[in-house]
Ligand binder design. Structure first.
Ligand code: AMP
Ligand code: ZN
Ligand code: FE
Ligand code: FE
Length: 303
């Protein structure tokens, strides 16, 4: 088994652990980038990748704090792409991207524009449903971060429309919900290419969310992505059971892919998720080292 459970004290028994999937207030997390780094240090992690949705706005702050507290930092991003299966989700993580890359800047600008097209549609529909909510309230909730559905969900919870963020997604914001609108997504080829052209390593996030219905379908989807330049797969994630971790680990080995893993920490927007722990599993620091060694941008991982 290539994963490790924390012992009863949450200590790592001498081994080093990292978290390679986390969100900050730069997107839909509730901890500022520097606070995510401080929490990582406090949680005993030796390294962390910040992977905000569609933005690198939190990277500079996180990198500076990482240096201050003495933690290895890998700049990252998480990008939504057109999924191979209709009701599935395809997210690609980009690790070690160069924040100064003009290709990256152009891509994040286009992705945020796609959100700017979608978000007002959601608000209009919610208002048509008789819910008292405004774009200004949602923007205030995002507080300058890339505006995502969790921000809208948080406003719905605060106003007592729904009891939890989960319920907001089930009833209104998730696929099949009363106020669901898709946003324009990048083709997988473009997402992978842009990440690599920006010096990054392209990794498939939470493969369980592809919603493939059998192993053959999963393997076909993975092979297609590998043919497009995918370099790694997220083996450990909060949505992955131990059985899935084993399965994705074997697939990584079979396809010659880097292994990644993380909690997908969002702070209070995902209350059940603790930084550094993904459904009881922890991510070995060596995985981070291997990924960092494959980045080609200016922002090399320090060790
Ligand atoms: P967006 O980027 O606006 O499309 O929203 C994506 C965010 O919503 C990600 O952080 C997801 O983890 C979160 N999300 C998607 N579906 C759900 C759900 N059913 N419950 C809670 N959060 C969700
Ligand atoms: Zn998110
Ligand atoms: Fe994701
Ligand atoms: Fe995420």
């Amino acid at each position: 088994m290539s994963t490790d459970k924390p012992d009863l004290n949450g200590k790592s028994c001498g081994r080093a652990f990292v978290d390679l999937h986390s969100h900050s207030t730069a997107s839909d997390g509730t901890f500022a980038p520097a606070d995510v780094m401080r929490l990582a240090k406090k949680s005993g992690l030796t390294g962390l990748a910040l992977t905000d949705h569609d933005t690198i706005a939190g990277i500079a702050e996180a990198a500076a704090e990482a240096e201050k507290v003495g933690i290895t930092f890998l700049p990252g991003i998480e990008i939504s792409a057109v999924p191979p299966i209709d009701n599935g989700t395809l997210h690609i993580l980009g690790y070690g991207i160069d924040p100064a890359s003009p290709i990256l800047t152009a891509m994040t600008r286009a992705l945020i524009e796609a959100r700017d097209n979608r978000n007002p549609q959601i608000i209009t529909r919610l208002r048509e449903l008789g819910i008292d909510i405004s774009m200004d309230e949602v923007l205030a909730q995002a507080n300058g971060g890339v505006l995502g559905r969790p921000h809208i969900a948080a406003v719905l919870v605060r106003k007592g429309v729904v009891p939890t963020i989960k319920q907001a997604f089930n009833e209104y914001l998730g696929q099949g919900g009363k106020a669901y609108f898709d946003k324009e997504r990048l083709a997988p080829r473009a997402a992978i290419s842009r990440i690599r052209e920006s010096g990054g390593v392209a990794v498939l996030a939470h493969p369980v969310q592809l919603r493939t219905t059998n192993d053959a379908q999963l393997e076909r989807a993975l092979k297609d992505l590998v043919d497009l330049g995918l370099q790694g797969i997220e083996v450990i994630h909060s949505d992955h059971s131990d059985e899935m971790v084993k399965k994705y680990s074997k697939l990584a080995e079979r396809f010659g892919l880097l292994k990644s893993g993380g909690s997908d920490f969002h702070g209070k927007n995902k209350k059940d998720i603790q930084l550094g722990v993904a459904n009881g599993n922890r991510v070995p620091a060596e995985w981070m080292e291997r990924i960092a060694a494959r980045t080609t941008g200016n922002h090399k991982n320090k060790s």
